[in-house]
Write a protein that binds this ligand. Structure first.
Ligand SMILES: Cc1cc2nc3c(=O)[nH]c(=O)nc-3n(C[C@H](O)[C@H](O)[C@H](O)COP(=O)(O)OP(=O)(O)OC[C@H]3O[C@@H](n4cnc5c(N)ncnc54)[C@H](O)[C@@H]3O)c2cc1C
Length: 627
């Protein structure tokens, strides 16, 4: 019987992201989908700023951008006016300046093109999606302790079948999931109402001035959302109906022509006609969340299997990407012997909380979107003054951090250090106590100069999504931190440190050209000096252990408008002392794990060893280093 590290069911965004990560990291994968072809067109389309960071980190962003997607920088709000038409009441940045984002826009491209970018990458790394195949059964019978899950697969026409064994099974089947049903995992519906949306992608002719903007339009005839698309297209979302009746058949409620007629009414006095309709769908959405994402930490689920919500905030695909990356690195660390299995429990606790927040937000947003707003004529005095900001606009503004993806905040647990973490040491720093970084939140972006080639680079992107922890030694002023840096490297070199314990056994192998993982795949090391680039000498200023990562040595000498008075902007943005520095450990998926003060002696490495002891389940750093 064939054996695989993981069997992945479903090649939508969640399954493809998981497959891409694990394929790159060398796992043996069986990946199937029951459709003969990838999504041809339509469906989800919005890539949020945070997801674009992730795609860049996976070196997939340029392939997405090669499709020339539409980019939404601003959202326009239109409301009824006193003459029975509509008027623009304001515009607002899609990702406002208070969010420190590299890409402050939403990228619009249909799901099929996005899926293809992942599929090409999987194929490039030797994988494939087997189509059209489906799953007919599975059991975690433990008969083979290394491959405890048996999975039965069948061609959709029933002509072929196979039974395989795997370490893990992952369901990324979308809203209707065989695996979830078999496990008996229930979906909790936060809101018993099913909202039904008409979605239409096409090329239009119109005199509506904001057709190239994202717009939410309320009129006396209903509400509509306009989203610009690639290839001169525009997407219209129209809420058609809501029902609590389980037998309600939405497809009977609206044809494409009816939706077009509805759009014409809403947009009056502007006109709109269609040159071409590329995709039309009636998209019923019940808000739901799975009560569990796994029962045994062998069979996992993610994406729409676990959470469904309305399309308005454009979160479905983005949440799916992040579910997958969260699980991918944890499976990788267990299978690499870096972590005990208990780390896998944090997948559900972290990602379910994000989904709950998303559903709360979505319910609030959906209710506002569906409610009919008073026309300007109905609001006393509004015709002479600037219109009052309505609840919809207020909610939108308040939610930008969330919708851009930067609001994700994982709670303290064994990976995200806090005062309650089992690893305690006086040198741990916490938010507003020595650092601006918050554990469980994204690593603040900063721009620095790479020393070896004088390129100005985005520090947070310098380590690719390679499955390793990211270790940022903010080395402060080298004249002051020389001893602290030397001591840290010395203690890290001790055989039982978090760094050495996972170093490659075949250390003699020639890894001269390996930039990110020359000595271990557990962690990638970087050093950032508060110094002009020309004054940094890698060999002269860094012990061998850190100098080996020569491509990851940076000068913090680039001015940043967010900290205009800082000498060392990256240090300042992190809230670290510009002279004394500090150490930041970032999880493989880009969220901050812990922050430690940099100090002479053994303290810094002691704190780090304690932190990693909890995550890895190993007693680290107890042996005395040979100084
Ligand atoms: C018709 C439709 C329209 C949508 N429109 C929008 C929209 O306008 N805006 C928006 O934001 N979101 C939309 N969505 C939701 C969006 O597509 C999802 O949120 C997003 O794709 C989640 O990704 P996923 O990988 O979890 O699931 P999906 O993208 O649903 O992928 C699941 C994959 O699994 C496959 N599969 C399912 N069951 C099996 C099985 N038993 N065996 C093998 N393969 C299986 C499917 O063929 C599919 O390829 C739409 C979804 C659908 C179904």
């Amino acid at each position: 019987m064939e054996k695989y590290d993981i069997v992945i069911i479903g090649a939508g965004p969640v399954g493809l992201t998981l497959s891409t990560c694990l394929q790159r990291w060398g796992y043996r994968i069986k990946h199937i989908d029951n459709r003969a072809e990838p999504t041809p067109t339509g469906r989800a389309d919005g890539i949020q700023p945070r997801s674009l960071d992730l795609l860049r980190n996976m070196d997939l962003k340029r392939k997405i951008m090669a499709h020339d997607p539409a980019k939404v920088y601003e959202v326009a709000f239109w409301d009824p006016n006193s003459k029975g038409g509509i008027h623009r009441t304001g515009t607002w940045a899609s990702c406002p300046k208070f969010i420190d984002a590299r890409y402050p826009f939403t990228t619009l491209l249909h799901q099929g093109l996005i899926e293809r970018v992942f599929i090409e990458d999987i194929e490039k790394h030797g994988g494939q999606i087997q189509r059209p195949w489906t799953i007919s059964g599975f059991k975690n019978d433990g008969q083979d302790p290394n491959y405890p899950v048996e999975v039965s697969l069948v061609h959709v026409d029933g002509t072929m079948s196979e039974v395989v064994r795997a370490k893990y099974l992952f369901s990324g089947e979308g809203a209707r999931s065989f695996v979830r049903d078999q496990l008996g995992v229930k979906i909790h519906h936060k809101d018993p109402i099913s909202h039904v949306w008409g979605v239409m992608d096409g090329v239009v002719r119109t005199d509506f001035p904001d057709i190239k903007m994202k717009c939410t339009i309320h009129s006396d005839s209903g509400s509509i959302m306009v989203i610009p698309r690639e290839n001169n297209m525009v997407r219209l979302y129209i809420q058609i109906a809501s029902s609590t009746d389980p037998d309600f058949n939405p497809r009977k409620t609206a044809t494409a022509e009816e939706v077009q007629q509805h759009a014409k009414e809403i947009l009056k006095p502007y006109t709109i006609t269609w040159d071409r309709v590329e995709w039309y769908s009636v998209y019923p959405i019940g808000q739901g969340i799975a009560e569990r994402y796994t029962l045994d930490e062998r069979v996992f689920m993610g994406g729409d299997v676990c959470h469904t919500h309305s399309p308005k905030a454009g979160q479905g695909m983005n949440t799916a990407f992040l579910d997958a990356v969260n699980l991918a690195w944890k499976v990788h660390h267990v299978e690499s012997g870096f972590s005990p299995r208990n780390i896998l429990s944090t997948y559900e606790s972290e990602r379910k909380k994000v989904a709950e927040n998303l559903l709360d937000f979505d319910a609030k947003y959906a209710k506002l979107f569906s409610s009919r707003l008073p026309s300007a004529g109905e609001v006393a005095g509004a015709s002479n003054n600037e219109p009052e900001e309505n609840e919809f606009v207020k909610t939108f503004k308040a939610s930008c951090e969330f919708t851009s993806g930067y609001g994700v905040a994982y709670k303290p647990n064994l990976i995200n250090w806090s005062n309650e973490h089992p690893a305690q040491h006086p040198l741990f720093l916490a938010f507003q106590r020595g650092t601006n970084l918050r554990t469980g939140r994204y690593f603040i972006p900063s721009t620095v100069t790479r020393v070896v080639d004088a390129n100005v680079v985005h520090l947070e992107q310098e380590i690719p999504l390679n499955g390793s922890y990211r270790f940022y030694l903010f080395a402060g002023n080298p004249a002051k931190t020389r001893n602290a840096v030397r001591d840290l490297a010395t203690y890290m070199a001790a055989s039982n440190s978090f760094y050495s314990v996972f170093s490659f056994k075949d250390i003699q192998k020639d890894r001269y050209h390996e930039r990110h993982n020359p000595t271990t795949s557990f962690v990638t090391l970087t050093t950032i000096f508060n110094s002009p680039r020309a004054k940094v000498s890698i060999r002269g200023m860094l012990p061998d252990l850190l100098a080996r990562y020569r491509d990851h040595v940076y000068a913090d000498d680039v001015w940043d408008q967010r900290v205009p008075n800082a000498n060392a902007a990256a240090h300042a943005k992190m809230g670290l002392d510009e002279e004394e520095g500090g150490v930041v450990v970032v999880r493989p998926d880009g969220y901050v794990g812990c922050v430690v003060k940099l100090q002479e002696g053994q303290g810094t490495s002691e704190a780090l060893n304690k932190y990693f002891s909890v995550i890895t389940g190993k007693k680290l750093g107890e042996e005395r280093a040979a100084l």
